[in-house]
Design a protein around this ligand. Sequence first.
Ligand code: AMP
Length: 420
Amino acid sequence: MQTIDKFSFANKKAFVRVDFNVPLDENFNITDDTRIRAALPTLKKILADGGSVIIGSHLGRPKGVTDKYSLKHILAHVSKLLGVDVQFASDCIGEEASLKAAALKPGEALLLENLRFYAEEEGKPRGLAENVSEEEKKIAKKAVKESQKNFTKTLASYADCYVNDAFGTAHRAHASTALIATYFDTDHKMFGYLMEKEVKAVEKILNDITRPFTAIMGGSKVSSKIEIIENLLNKVDNLIITGGMTYTFTKAMGGKIGKSICEDDKLDLALELMQKAKEKGVNLVLAVDTKIADDFSNDAKTDFVNVNEIPDEWEGLDIGPETEALYAEVIKNSKTILWNGPTGVFEFDNFTHGSRAVGEAIVEATKNGAFSLVGGGDSVACVNKFGLADGVSYVSTGGGALLEAIEGKVLPGIEAIRGY
Ligand code: AMP
């Protein structure tokens, strides 16, 4: 497989797919530029080697050309971070883009307008009326798939090689994240540095485990995490299921959960998962006490109770101190740790304590030699909020992509480059 370190970029043009999907405020100021910074090593390396870069990205979920989602808003900041006056093509395909790409000299960079201004990027028809028939939907889908080929071919035509550094979209088989790779032979397509690091971290968690292996799965709903929980049951020694998911398990076991978040149609599933854990010898760890609130707000009245004795009209919004100690004990004795999802409503300052305690226990375990991977939007927000990011082994930039990889799925963006 080709790699960014082996490839000779001198006098070559590289199409680099990055994830510059950064949050912007109402004045188009970037409120968090982590994703741009994450792609800098790759872009700088190519430019320093005497190559030029054509940078492709999406921003937001536009349904067509939308000024709000134009990448022109981030151009100045990208130029500043990259230390190069980045040019801009106001349309990712068409004459302007091809001419500007063709004219790039070594060390120069071109940012293409938002790839998702075209339905062809995702390959899904847009703007269909609600009442269209299944047959019409099929025809529209076929048409967009057909024109996707030309779109992809045009993007590929700008460059001599293809570099994918967008792990955040690696689980999508889009034109610029996967299909474009078919236009380059194996010697001319490769991962960027960020993608290399992400793939390595995921592989370590999946295939190179030092035991005990503990996964901490938090978040609001069991339904959105079933596949990953089932896959993890085949791998981990300890599985901490926490956050809003707790109460579906507590209720399934006959506990009183007041008005805590709960998926009533998943009670049987919760019992099944417990049974599976038992059969596989996995230590499933659930909360024993909880911090309850009389309202879903930061200023609510609070109390600590046993997790299965929550009074009516109250709800569990974080774990309690006994649970923190229980989790910390398990985490500190682990050698491989995966954390996805908070223990409570960490967006409210009064309900961050449990998530912070988990983060701190992970940092301590890491100091003692454990490999720790934190991923999925909210847990990354947690470690950043608590200033713990430097104390864990790896913080993934991928949300959905990371979860799908851990579920055991082959990610199209990865497969397109290395074949599996
Ligand atoms: P997810 O998107 O499924 O990873 O869930 C993350 C969300 O779960 C965060 O926005 C948390 O506020 C929320 N969450 C965590 N614990 C609770 C809880 N006890 N009650 C309600 N929401 C929760």
